[in-house]
Design a protein around this ligand. Structure first.
Ligand code: PGA
Length: 258
């Protein structure tokens, strides 16, 4: 089955209104690119509105980097699924390793956030579940064990008819923001195993889930990564803050649509 290439930019706690305008202008100059590759940008939530205004005429989506696991209530500083959907987010990152590491996103919390997103049907929100192993876990040959445990926990209650709203990003923790990238072979090995895991659980609809690679993807390594059979695109941190780099990465993903 042909899976649409997808590239998502994760600005983390970076960016500005000026960057919103700059990146939107850069995409406006390449409309045919957006016809072949799905592109989404997850700026800080407070810039979501500016991003949407700037990209109104463009086929580029908006997303958020996190969501709260509760539907509403006394959770100062947090955003519910309904709030981010009403603000125009189409993608929600869940379980990014920085949130797991520094903001107490336990396996249980990640699973609850995913449930919230998939249960929300007013608008077609898509969840991007991030999984990945640490350097130590890779060194100890625990990579697949760790990732399968993360999948098992987060996806335990997901139903087959929700899978079209699920994306999985494999992001080895040791490759995020470090300049170290998994080699295309290393990344493919894990992506292939994730796809098999999904297929075993749900058959063809599991195998059709888009799988993104993330971790120091740049213009100069994207083509080789996206050439691998089970890498359907990328989750891009640092390079998504630079219009030329980010567009070059999106262009590299375009090859998968042919
Ligand atoms: P990076 O970040 O591209 O800067 O390594 C990726 C991510 O954290 O999603």
């Amino acid at each position: 089955m042909q899976r649409q290439p997808l590239v998502i930019g994760n600005w983390k706690m970076n960016g500005s209104k000026a960057l919103v305008a700059h990146l939107a202008t850069a995409f406006a100059s390449q409309p045919e690119l957006l016809g072949q590759v799905h592109v989404a940008v997850c700026p800080p939530a407070v810039l979501l509105n500016a991003w949407q205004q700037a990209t109104q005429q463009l086929a580029v989506a908006a997303g958020v980097q996190d969501v709260n696991e509760h539907a509403d209530g006394a959770h100062t500083g947090e955003h519910s699924v309904q709030l981010v959907a009403e603000a125009g987010a189409e993608y929600v990152l869940i379980g990014h390793s920085e949130r797991r590491q520094f903001y107490a996103d336990t396996e249980a919390r990640v699973a609850a956030k995913l449930r919230q997103v998939l249960a929300y049907t007013e608008q077609p929100l898509r969840a991007v579940l991030c999984v990945g192993e640490s350097a130590e876990q890779r060194y100890n040959e625990q990579t697949m064990m760790v990732i399968e445990a993360q999948l098992e926990s987060a996806l335990a209650t997901v139903k087959a008819d929700q899978l079209s709203r699920l994306v999985i990003a494999y992001e080895p923790v040791w490759a995020i923001g470090t300049g170290l990238t998994a080699s295309p072979e290393q990344a493919q090995q894990v992506h292939g195993a994730i796809r098999k895991w999904l297929e075993n659980k749900w058959g063809a609809s599991g195998a059709a889930v888009q799988l993104l690679y993330g971790g120091s993807v740049k213009a100069d390594n994207a083509t080789a990564l996206f050439a691998e059979a089970d890498i359907d695109g990328g989750l891009i941190g640092g390079a998504s803050l630079h219009a030329d780099e980010f567009l070059a990465i999106c262009t590299a993903a375009q090859a998968r649509s042919r």
